[in-house]
Structure formats: C-alpha cells, structure tokens
Design a binder for this molecule. Sequence first.
Ligand code: CA
Length: 132
Amino acid sequence: MVRKIALAAILGLLAIFLTPGPAYAAAPGNGRCDANEVCLFEHERFGGGVADFRCGSNYCEFRSFTSWTFGNGHRLNDAVSSVKNRTGKWVTLFIDAPPDSGRPFSGVEPNGEWAVMGFDWNDYFSSMWISQ
Ligand SMILES: [Ca+2]
C-alpha cells in the first residue's frame, strides 16, 4: 500500500515536470494602439511590439503577462519599455503579480504616457490594473 502511494506520488510529480511549459498567446488586443486603449510597448519611445488593452468597466486586472506576447510575438513579461495610456483611467503596472506579491509598482495618469523608464522599471513589469 505504501509502495503504491509512493509510486502514485512519483508519477504525479513526473506528470507535473513533463507537462509542457506555458504556451504563449498574443495579449487580448489587436497589436495596434487605438483610442481608448492602454498600450504597452516593447521598446522605449513606443517602439517594437505593442500589447493593447481595453477596459470597459471601472476596474480591470491583467495578470497574465507571463503567458502573453506583444503583437509581434515577442514575450510580454519583463519586457515593457514604454506605455501610452489613451484612456481616462489610471494605469498601475506591477513588478510581479498583485496583490499578493508586495512588489513595487508605478502608474501612468489618465491620457498620459511614459516614453522612457528608468533602470528600476524598464523590462520588469508583469501585471497591470486599469482603474477609474
Ligand atoms: Ca488596438
């Protein structure tokens, strides 16, 4: 009995380790930075790939940077280098995932933009809130 349980545990662990890694998918938008969207760019000064997001309610949370790409197929996580906020809402970007990470965050005001990030922020963001 003990041996069977141990075998089951080992097989369970194997299944976890042998499962393919996360598949990457394009972020929800269409890869263009349109009106009423929050746009994350791969490079400084709004260059490279674009990941564009809409928020139709007072609050939206986007936690899946680790499985998303910019419109050009490049990985989104830890790769955001500039931000355009084309909404009337606030954008809050987090290093690692909120709210359980306790990691630093920074924000972009309504209709604001962030063309160049300092060393502390560049290529670190992993999740985002858009809120009134
Ligand atoms: Ca768009």
